[in-house]
Design a protein around this ligand. Structure first.
Ligand SMILES: [Fe+2]
Length: 404
């Protein structure tokens, strides 16, 4: 048999994937140690798409030194309609009301679609004299922070499950690409799940769960409800929940009261507020429904009876959060979560419209600044096409925003 000259992929081993339905590793064509998009054939691109859309998260190892301008080009392999605008906006966020400013995320000057995230101070990096990035502390996120004892025992948690999108003015990208420049030099950490199981993960692992798997775990009644429901996200969603704290699992906000009143939010208009189906159709998986919901940012549910056309609206935020949480929390088990164990040089591509992801990792407790240092590039570009409802119906969900 002649040796392959093509790009291939392998599904990650069962013991890593478990029941997450996530994870594959891409092997670049022989003689191409560094990804070179111009040299990929049309069929290589198709294999890449298949690898991603069937496995939701794929990794290309050993890409240290890749040019940052390759990342936006790579994203367009999966979403030809991607704009060249980072989903957090054209410039790095400095507005203190925006959660992204707290990460102090920078941008790479020669590739403004690529952000820099992580932890630590870096000098003379990519044309930036001084760069400081912050790995947010879990105490900012969780209503009940980890205890000192849990921290000493090496526990961490998902901070907040999300898709990369502001839910305002810009649509979620089809994919996000992360590239690991530096990983922290600290021991493994672990997550404790409600059923008592534990999962060992690399410190600073990025955790993922599949929206398709989350949908499959619903009862038939819940599936029917989800298929008929559209979600309106909160106006200026991240500002609205800026002071709110999440549940231990990072899926919801368990108590009401800390939301910024809508009249005190930065200027906003309904026609820029995101309104997305609860269940999304993915172009390459037309038969697989994805439950794609950001449980902390939800505001209102609109459910349409497909037979009668009758519409029911639920606009009590507390109730909306509960309904969504009761559906989504079933996924939160060790075997359903894929936690990417970073190696320096990894390029990870994830299907932003098919998974939810979260930061994990307690880095602040390590004394040596050098050990805590971590740097990732992040390329997430807003798409120009709204998410497609799995069950299309007349009315509310075809623009990606609230209809006015
Ligand atoms: Fe993210």
């Amino acid at each position: 048999m002649p040796e392959s000259t093509a790009l291939t992929f392998t599904i990650l081993p069962d013991e890593v994937r478990q029941s997450s339905a996530i994870g594959a590793e891409v092997q670049l064509p022989p003689g191409m140690p560094m990804l070179d998009l111009d040299r990929l054939t049309e069929s290589d691109r198709e294999v890449l798409q298949e690898a991603l859309f069937r496995n939701q998260v794929i990794v290309i190892r050993g890409q240290k030194g890749i040019d940052p301008t390759a990342l936006p080009k790579l994203a367009k392999v999966f979403d030809p309609n991607a704009s060249d605008i980072h989903s957090a906006g054209e410039k790095a966020v400095r507005d203190p009301k925006n959660i992204l400013s707290a990460y102090k995320a920078g941008r790479i000057p020669r590739a403004p679609q690529v952000g820099i995230i992580g932890s630590g101070r870096f000098q003379n990096y990519e044309g930036l004299d001084e760069l400081e990035v912050v790995h947010l502390d879990h105490t900012l996120f969780h209503e009940k922070p980890l205890t000192q004892e849990e921290l000493d025992d090496g526990y961490t948690r998902p901070y907040r499950w999300h898709m990369d999108t502001p839910f305002y003015e810009r649509l979620p990208g089809e994919v996000t690409i992360l590239h690991s420049i530096r990983i922290p030099n600290v021991p493994d950490q672990k997550i404790k799940f409600p059923d008592g199981k534990e999962k060992n993960i690399g410190a600073g692992a990025t955790a993922f769960f599949s929206g398709a798997r989350a949908f499959a775990l619903l009862t038939p009644e819940e599936q029917e409800f989800a298929l008929n429901t559209t979600i309106t996200y909160a106006p200026q969603a991240y500002e609205y929940i800026r002071q709110c704290k999440a549940s231990d699992d990072g899926l919801t906000i368990p108590t009401m009261g800390k939301e910024v009143p809508v009249e005190k939010l930065s200027e906003w208009a309904w026609d820029k507020v995101a309104e997305h189906p609860m269940v999304w159709r993915s172009p390459m998986n037309p038969d697989r429904p994805f439950l794609q919901v950001h449980g902390c940012c939800v505001y209102k549910l609109t459910t349409r009876n497909p037979t009668t056309g009758d519409v029911t609206v639920m606009d009590d935020v507390e109730k909306v959060r509960k309904v969504v949480y009761n559906m989504q929390k079933k996924i939160y088990a060790a075997e359903n979560i894929y936690a990417h164990r970073w190696q320096e040089g990894d390029v990870v591509i994830f299907h932003n419209r098919g998974v939810m992801h979260s930061i994990t990792g307690q880095l602040a407790k390590y004394k040596e600044e050098e050990d805590r240092k971590r740097m990732l590039w992040q390329c997430t570009m807003t798409s120009t096409t709204p998410p497609m409802s799995f069950r299309g119906y007349e009315g509310v969900d075809d623009t990606g925003y609230v209809r006015v």
